[in-house]
Design a protein around this ligand. Structure first.
Ligand SMILES: [Zn+2]
Length: 162
């Protein structure tokens, strides 16, 4: 348990969402609970994660969600782990919603992109050619934009930059 990596989830707390301020302490190692010294609320280690209030261990849930992500059939997971189909479906839903929140926090947040690499490729298709321009943020390998045009010109690059 590392209180320096944890933040308070209480919406009414002035220290909500702030990591490393020193306001979080260990409340109970046995129950995996932290305490916020700012608002005096305690909360479990899994608060704000996919594992919050689940009856199964983090390891089992992680294994099941990983198998789902790699395309393992739901019926195979139900047979192998002896877990109800609706439970597995709810874990998948929770994991997807959590990933969406993480994605929105990390990707949709406006930030300095650093170095951006842009390039275009010529694509042949039946009856013609097209130019596809792509832009990628170098530090994160995040695909930022893509444009398609019938000709390779300044207008294609300007639209890509926009
Ligand atoms: Zn708090």
């Amino acid at each position: 348990m590392d209180p320096q990596q944890i933040f308070c989830h209480n919406p009414a707390c002035p220290a909500r969402g702030k990591v490393g301020r020193g306001n979080i302490g260990v409340h109970s190692r046995k129950q995996n609970r932290y305490i916020c010294h700012e608002c005096k609320r305690t909360f479990t280690q899994s608060k704000g994660t996919v594992f919050y209030r689940l009856r199964y261990s983090c390891e089992i849930v992680t294994q099941v969600v990983t198998l789902l992500a790699y395309g393992c059939p739901l019926q195979a997971i139900v047979a192998a782990f002896d877990i109800d189909e609706r439970t597995v479906a709810s874990w998948q839903q929770r994991a997807g919603e959590h990933c969406q929140q993480v994605h929105q926090h990390l990707v949709h947040h406006p930030r300095d992109l650093g170095q951006v690499q842009a390039d275009e490729i010529r694509v042949k298709y039946q009856g013609g050619i097209a130019w596809v321009a792509l832009a990628i943020a170098v530090p994160t390998r995040l695909w930022i934009a893509g444009m398609v045009s019938s000709c390779r010109d300044g207008a294609l690059i300007r639209r890509l930059i926009q």
